[in-house]
Write a protein that binds this ligand. Structure first.
Ligand SMILES: [Cu+2]
Length: 156
């Protein structure tokens, strides 16, 4: 609406025009906030899909547990792990060793849990436990050294 006052003219916005500007401004603010919120959520989703966090989960849920055969036997003597976890044996001794499930000498309780050959003093032997249970084992070359691997469905 154009007003004329003396020689000067000036523009005075009508009530409706003011409301329109307010509405547009409000719309822009809402739009900006919405865009920002969506971008934030989208970023979070992208972060989950990079594979980095997924890989970390896999590593922590399928852990490797160390057991060392020393002069006094297996250390730790009892290991508690989750299904799918790995136990890796090594020795501080100077001789071959041979982790194998009970009973000696047949190893029939968990036949797959058996190194099946002497392991060198500088070598490790790993086994992935795919059965839930309380698995007693021994060193087949020194059966008085015994240990137990307790496998549960979820991490202990
Ligand atoms: Cu044996």
């Amino acid at each position: 609406m154009l007003f004329v006052a003396g020689e000067k003219s000036f523009y005075l916005p009508t009530h409706r025009e003011i409301m329109n500007k307010k509405t547009i401004l409000a719309f822009l603010i809402v739009a900006a906030l919405t865009y920002g919120a969506l971008a934030f959520v989208s970023n979070r989703k992208d972060g989950d899909h990079t594979g980095i966090s997924t890989t970390r989960v896999v590593l922590t849920s399928e852990r490797v547990h160390q057991v060392v055969l020393g002069d006094n036997g297996f250390e730790p003597e009892v290991v508690r792990i989750a299904l799918g976890d790995t136990v890796e044996w090594s020795t501080t001794g100077k001789e071959f060793y041979w982790p194998a499930s009970d009973l000696h000498p047949t190893h029939a309780i968990y036949p797959a849990f058996d190194a099946r050959e002497p392991i060198g003093k500088d070598e490790t032997w790993s086994f992935v436990f795919d059965q839930i249970g309380e698995w007693k084992y021994h060193d087949h070359l020194a059966p008085y050294f015994t240990g137990t691997v307790i496998v549960t469905k979820t991490p202990p």
